[in-house]
Design a protein. Sequence first.
Length: 332
Amino acid sequence: MVAGRSLIAITLAALGLGLTGCGSDSPQLSGTIAFMSKAGGVAVIGADGGGVRMLARGDQVVAPLRWSPDGKRVVFTMWKGGTGRLYVAGVDGRHARRITRAKYENDINPAWSPDGGRIVFDAEGDGWSDLRMVNSDGSGEHKLATGSAVTGNPAVVAGGDAWSPDGRTIAYLDHRGRVSLMNPDGSDRRRLKGPVLNSGGFSWSGVSWSPNGRELLYDAGRRIVVVNADGTGLRSVLPRGRSPVWSPDGRQVVFVSYENVFVVNSDGTNPHKVGIHGGTPSWSPDGRWVIYARFEGRAGDIYVVHPDGSDERQLTNTPSSEADPVWSPLGS
């Protein structure tokens, strides 16, 4: 066991990562976490802090990272030659493969369909944007709407991303920044009654579907609001913040406010801080942990903590920086 941990530590050191939070007195976490590493691109690490490996190398990889529903692949944007394309990498060690091929725009903010067969994304050019879809093998790319932006968030485990949990509806922003819905074939478009999304035209925090698919949660600037998927019942019960994400059971919401990470009950009660200097929080698949990147100066490290703020653990310790950690749907 000692030799095994030494080998892991050597591998981590080679990538600029440190192994922490894995003492024998702490219960071991399970599963795999994907994150952006400033030391080399896209990496995955065991939730116990071990087994790190690179999925894609290069300093031109940008967030968000998104796990496929089966936990076997990660999709992300990589810039090459001044243009951003979508790439899919397998966690089994297969090389990252480009799946979008248009020439004149940047492809960003991908979101998997619940069955893992399709990916919806933004194609942004000089002063324009399209909402597009492509099969996960790179075939069948086509436009769904013009002048709109995908409203997904990184928390696949919460039923989020642009797709509703049943895969029948896509949430997006229309040309006025209003949260709207449509069928995956682009039909039956309808705008929800609610405030404009606080995105400045585009937001990675976006809209989070409730796990039962009945409600949508998003940052409306001065407040975090919840609206029924049929457009009724708008309510503002959550504190001001950004990047809100439902817990897997729908009972709590994690969000960022004034650069700290908070958890609150979905009815707005019991808001409490669980992390400091944090960004892009999300949940473990079983809802027992919140994961986020903590930034001290320019360096970021990955932390996990229980939703009540207890048992915080640091998973990486590096002079470089890690960001945008996302737990695989298969781990807890």
